[in-house]
Design a protein around this ligand. Structure first.
Ligand SMILES: [Zn+2]
Length: 153
């Protein structure tokens, strides 16, 4: 059995903790004014009223509420014909993290369509495969609706 390598997708290295049971987005927090940043900023604090340049790494909330969402429904252009499987549309959500006041975009997990989503709905962060090649799974974070009713499983 071949060992598959799991790596963050190109461009997303260091943006999240891919191997944790409870994956977390890695943002930054301004030491001066406390403003949170995601993805990380290389030019200092984004708060125009702040001149802080020192940012510390900060794990972000794993849960947030849907602020907006949309449908990434597309098909390959003609004349390309998908051999067997149909393209599976997926949803994209902009999720507001309550503690940080940040809005973070992400795909919604497979099997959840825009019909299943609503503004204000609570979602949590998971890590899923964006795509795979021969021996590597390229990972990205996705948003997953939190089951209504809560409670421990
Ligand atoms: Zn600041």
């Amino acid at each position: 059995m071949a060992t598959r390598t799991r790596v963050p997708a190109l461009g997303a290295e260091g943006w999240f903790t891919p191997d944790s049971d409870e994956p977390t987005l890695i943002g930054q927090r301004c030491l001066e004014c406390g403003t949170y940043v995601f993805p990380r900023a290389n030019l200092g604090c984004p708060n125009p009223a702040c001149s802080g340049v020192d940012l510390e790494e900060a794990p972000l909330s794993r849960r947030g509420k849907i602020w907006s969402y949309t449908d990434a429904r597309y098909q390959p252009p003609s004349p390309y014909v998908v051999p067997s499987e149909e393209h599976v549309p997926f949803a994209i959500a902009a999720v507001e993290l309550a503690d940080e006041g940040l809005v973070v975009m992400g795909q919604v997990v497979p099997g959840v369509s825009v019909d299943d989503l609503s503004v204000g709905q609570e979602v949590e962060l998971v890590v899923d495969v964006l795509f795979s090649d021969d021996d590597t799974d390229h990972l990205i974070w996705k948003w997953k609706p939190v089951a209504a009713g809560g409670g421990e499983a």
